[in-house]
Design a protein. Sequence first.
Length: 329
Amino acid sequence: MSKISSSAQVATAGEALIDMIAGTDGRFEPCLGGAVYNLTRALARQGIDTLYLNPLSKDRFGRQLAAALAQDGAHLAVPEPVLQVTSLAVVNVDASGHPDYAFYREGVADRATSADALTQACSQAESLELVCTGALALSPDDADTYLPWLAAQRQAGRTVVIDANLRPSVMPNLDLYRRHVLTALQYADVIKASDEDLACLALPGDNALAQARHLLKTSRAGVLALTLGAEGAALVTRHGQVFEAHETAPLSVVDTVGAGDCFLAGLVVAMLANRVPADWGWAAVSTTVAHELLGSAITSASLCVMQRGCVPPTRAQVVQRLAEVGVSF
């Protein structure tokens, strides 16, 4: 494993599953998915050497998940498949392209891991600079797996990026879920959240920017990347700076499955390119760098929503769209 993972810049930990996406005819189309899995593919397709830490199943779906990661250039920390089955998500997409999820995740492959296994894999990645997690990994049921691993990554000096990406409809105890998500976010250097995520967390503030500022003040993160749907996105820093951006051209949205994951990948790619340190945002930051981060993130998401399911763009596609369409600040 050390030979495979030694060159990885980024490690990802969290769910890999099959999205069963409902069509207009009532049939379901199986698509490779899971927020962290999508992020892993999106990072690899944009040229980042990425290590996926969780196991995958030996079943047909698991083989497909592994094959796509390999094709995109990502590495597996657990190359041997496990006996547990692949997680499933049933996805219904409404008229505006917004997805609603139901998950089947008992006794599944991507949860067949431990904090020690995740930490050991990262310790063998000699070039590892940054780790990412979020979404279903923030379930209280998996606290013993992910919280000690996150603590170990902070202690090792790696940048920790956490995508809130809440799934309240599948959490039986919403109050417990909120408290646990807020606990997990204490380990983040960088938080990514949507306006819907912040509203679900029931944070003080009469709008998403106010809620983002409150979350930063009550966490240890230096910056929060806030997605605002059709309104674009913003970077909010602990120092008090706010950078807002949106695409200059209208989008033809097919669906939004994986949009946030591709947004985060674009953000991380630009962070690495600009050598953004773990404490970025605690002091005043460069407007130029902030705009590069937002432009990369927004464009990556835009390319995703123009296709069905999550089909992450390549870096060349992102660069081309930035040159042709651009982002307004």
